[in-house]
Design a protein around this ligand. Structure first.
Ligand SMILES: C[S@@+](CC[C@H](N)C(=O)[O-])C[C@H]1O[C@@H](n2cnc3c(N)ncnc32)[C@H](O)[C@@H]1O
Length: 320
């Protein structure tokens, strides 16, 4: 057994923090590290260190992950501690006391740590689909698009950016926090999503001058409205999931590409290849050339999907 170096240990503790606050799959946490440290040191020190990065982190008192997630997380720590022959530590009991008996709620907070320090904190729903919408949770393509934006700030810095189907706001809030757009227009069509988006923007204390939230329904947005936005960059994450809705989305994207010089990017987790193929075929049939951006991005957020994520840039086809 090798003793982890300080940097390996710091990295593992940071992984616990990042996964815990984004409520990522518990199975993907580096439990081997905990087991090795417990057995190697014959003390519960590592448990206390993990708790300081999670349940006792300052963010957890104000913006905690769901009660259920914290309970399951603590159960995993207890299991590891018991398996190594140690009694559960007082620190662990203190953390448990905060969640035992606490009522489960339909809302929770998730925090996504940024490389420059700080975090984007969002209030999200615990259910993937709720109140008739998919827009009350953060989807994987939103995380990927935010990471890509951090690596490609030239498309956002000092530009007016329009986001379609913003959901709870992860991509846009990350861009506003880190890429200095001149203006950022969040948009969605669902009243509950728009309400939550406004709350999340306030939670992250974004500069109100430069940020707008607009109700923009792909199926009914007018030419005048689109022209008034005058975006330099248009982005959308995880908006290709329903074949019925895809048609109105394609029609809107075609109008944007045809009538503006904006750089347009769509990022999708390809969960249903038929639906995604239908989307790209409709775009191509509508005179749009797709550029697949395949450069790897610097991954900073925990990844919870096995689906392929594809980011495309849309161009007007030049007639031959
Ligand atoms: C799967 S969610 C993705 C949310 C966010 N972009 C993300 O990736 O976390 C799809 C979003 O598209 C929005 N949406 C669906 N149909 C729409 C329409 N016709 N006009 C505008 N937004 C729409 C939904 O309200 C929802 O917020």
């Amino acid at each position: 057994m090798t003793t982890p170096t300080v940097s390996e240990k710091e990295r593992d503790l940071k992984t616990f923090r990042d996964y815990f606050f984004s409520m990522s799959r518990l199975a993907s946490l580096p439990w081997n590290f905990v087991e090795e440290k417990l057995v190697g040191s014959k003390s519960s020190e590592v448990i206390s260190q993990i708790l300081n990065e999670t349940c006792f982190h300052r963010l957890c008192s104000e913006f905690p992950p769901s009660v259920r997630y914290r309970r399951l997380f603590l159960s995993e720590l207890i299991k590891r501690e018991e398996a190594s022959g140690l009694d559960p530590s007082d620190h662990l009991y203190d953390a448990l006391a905060q969640v035992i008996g606490a009522a489960e709620t339909t809302l929770c907070y998730k925090s996504y740590f940024l490389p420059g320090g700080g975090a984007v904190t969002l209030q999200e729903n615990v259910a993937v689909i709720s109140e008739g919408t998919t827009g009350l949770v953060t989807w994987e393509a939103a995380l990927f698009l935010a990471e890509w934006a951090l690596d490609n700030q030239q498309y956002f810095n000092n530009r007016a950016v329009l986001e379609l189907g913003s959901g709870v706001g992860l991509t846009g809030i990350t861009v506003c926090s880190s890429c200095r757009p001149s203006e950022f227009i969040f948009s969605d069509c669902h009243p509950r999503v728009l309400h939550k988006l406004r709350e999340n923007i306030a939670l992250n204390k974004l500069d109100r001058q430069a940020v707008r939230v607009e109700e923009l329904d792909w199926s009914s947005v007018t030419e005048e409205r689109l022209a008034a936005v005058r975006a330099d960059t248009v982005i959308a994450a995880d908006v290709v999931y329903d074949p019925v809705v895809v048609e109105t989305l394609v029609s809107l994207l075609r109008r944007i590409v045809a009538s503006s010089r904006a750089d347009v990017f769509v990022c999708s987790a390809v969960r249903n290849p038929d639906t995604y193929r239908g989307f790209t075929e409709q775009l191509e049939a509508g005179g749009i050339r797709l550029e697949v951006l395949s450069d790897p991005v610097t991954r900073i957020f925990p990844c919870n999907t096995d689906s392929h994520i594809e980011l495309i840039k849309l161009h007007q086809k030049i007639p031959q």
